[in-house]
Structure formats: C-alpha cells, structure tokens
Design a protein around this ligand. Structure first.
Ligand SMILES: Nc1ncnc2c1ncn2[C@@H]1O[C@H](COP(=O)(O)OP(=O)(O)OP(=O)(O)O)[C@@H](O)[C@H]1O
Ligand SMILES: [Mg+2]
Length: 249
C-alpha cells in the first residue's frame, strides 16, 4: 500500500507519529522515551506500563528510518525475546507503506531497505556471534546476568549505536540495579503503577492483595527490594562496608 511522502517524512521525524500509525497513542512519558536521542537509556517502570510496546516502536522506527539498521532484541530467554520481536513484527505488518520483508522467521527479519531485526536468547555464546548493532534493546534487563551484558556491549562499539535496557526491579543486585542507582550518562525513565492512567486503581488494589506488600512494591512501586534469601539486608551490608561504620555495641 502506498502512503504519502509527507506522512512517511513525518513518521521519520517523529516516532510518536509512527506510534499513532501503529495504533498506540503514547502518553507523556512514553512520548519522551520515543523521542529521546540518548545513547544509553534505562527504563524502570511498573508492570504493564508499556515498556515492550514503546520500545517495539523505537525498534521499528530504527529499522524503517535508520536503514541499513541492525536491531538486536535480547532478554534472559529466547521466548521473552521472541515476544518483543512479535510486537515489532505485529506493528510492521499492519503499517501502511512499510518496506516488505526479504526474509522472515519467528525470531528475525530482514527488510527490503537492508535493515535487520534479530531476537536472541540470553546466552553469551550466541550473542558473541553478532556485531555492529545500531540499536540493542534488552528486555527484563534486571534479570540479565552481568556476563551477558559484558558480551552485548561490544556489539555497539563500532556503530555508536543506542542501548535501551527495560525492566521492573529484581532485587538490590546486578548491573541493572547498580547502573540505576549509581550509573552515569544514562537517560532514565520511571513510572509507578499509580501514575499510569491505563492501570485502574481497583486492579492495583487486587494486585496488592494477591502479591503482598513486598512483591507489590517491586512490581508496581518500582522499589528494588532485598531478596528474601539474603541473611542481611543490602543497607546493612553497605553500612558494614563503609569506613566510618561503627557497630551498635
Ligand atoms: N499508550 C498506550 N495506549 C494503549 N495501550 C497501551 C499503551 N501503552 C501500552 N499499552 C498496552 O498496555 C499493555 C501492556 O503493554 P506492555 O506489554 O508493553 O507492557 P510492559 O511494561 O512491557 O509489561 P510487562 O512488565 O508485563 O512486560 C499492552 O496491552 C499494550 O498494548
Ligand atoms: Mg514487557
């Protein structure tokens, strides 16, 4: 199907217009995430805020207008990466005027404009085979082990490509927690359940009942909570490691 050059130009300039053409009217924070030009982005938002949906649009925008782009989608497991790939594929499929696919499978596609979108499992060995990505999207990033992150970073070395890591918190540990708390040069996006107009207060109340306060605070209040398996809380451990720490005796 043909679309007007003007519309295509508008989509290229503004990913929010692409989102609308894909049937998603972004809210204010989603619009900021769609339009940020930051090279490194951390998205730490509650469940169901739209992390996967919005980054799927970012991925599609890169593939359509950054050609020949190499978009890599990665997460702790292939099924999770495939879910995000399916979202990108779903938007592409329904978008009037999108370039045709030259190759397509359940996990990857190559477009007629030369752009590729590839979803990968969270395994270091597989990741090492890929390079020169222009955009890497890491879903469920708080659950991605540090070693996997280390093998993903070089993919962006030669392209100055963008890296977007999205997650809800998963404990006070690992690279995602460290970077969220102390990392430099990141654009950060964070939205709690109560601040998301698409999530009804009644649903949040049900979730609080079902999950209990600790898990609820992690999933909907985006709190990094200590794992119940820890013998000591992170605050205590951090205090104990401080030079000026004096035990309470
Ligand atoms: N701006 C929007 N307008 C309409 N629907 C939206 C919008 N943003 C997100 N959604 C819808 O909200 C639902 C949740 O989106 P999505 O799966 O992307 O969230 P998520 O943050 O990745 O969730 P999870 O933490 O469970 O992975 C989807 O049905 C999606 O279509
Ligand atoms: Mg998601």
């Amino acid at each position: 199907m043909r679309i007007s050059l003007g519309r295509d130009f508008a989509r290229a300039l503004d990913p929010c217009i692409l989102a609308r053409d894909c049937g998603i009217v972004p809210d204010a924070t989603q619009s900021q995430l769609l339009t940020t030009t930051a090279r490194k982005t951390l998205v730490c938002c509650c469940r169901q805020w739209g992390k996967s949906t919005i980054t799927a649009i970012v991925a599609l925008h890169e593939a359509l207008y950054g050609a020949p782009a190499m978009v890599v989608v990665i997460s702790p497991s292939q099924p999770q990466s495939t879910e995000l790939f399916k979202k990108i594929h779903g938007f592409w499929e329904k978008l009037p005027g999108a370039p045709a696919a030259e190759q397509e499978s359940l996990t990857r596609m190559e477009l007629a404009n030369g752009s590729r979108i590839i979803s990968l499992p969270g395994s270091e060995k597989t990741v090492r085979g890929y390079s020169a990505a222009t955009l890497v999207i890491m879903d469920e990033a708080a659950r991605v082990p540090d070693e996997l992150l280390a093998s993903v970073r070089p993919m962006l070395a030669t392209t100055s490509g963008r890296f977007i890591a999205l997650s809800t918190p998963a404990g006070k540990r690992g690279w995602y927690y460290e970077q969220w708390e102390r990392g430099e040069d990141w654009a950060r996006f964070s939205v709690k359940g109560v601040d998301c107009a698409r999530i009804a207060p009644a649903f949040l109340a049900e979730e609080l009942q079902a999950l209990g306060p600790l898990l609820y605070s992690q999933e909907y209040e985006i709190q990094f909570v200590d794992q119940n398996t820890s013998a000591f809380s992170t605050v205590l451990i951090e205090m104990a490691l401080r030079d000026d720490f004096r035990p309470f005796i």
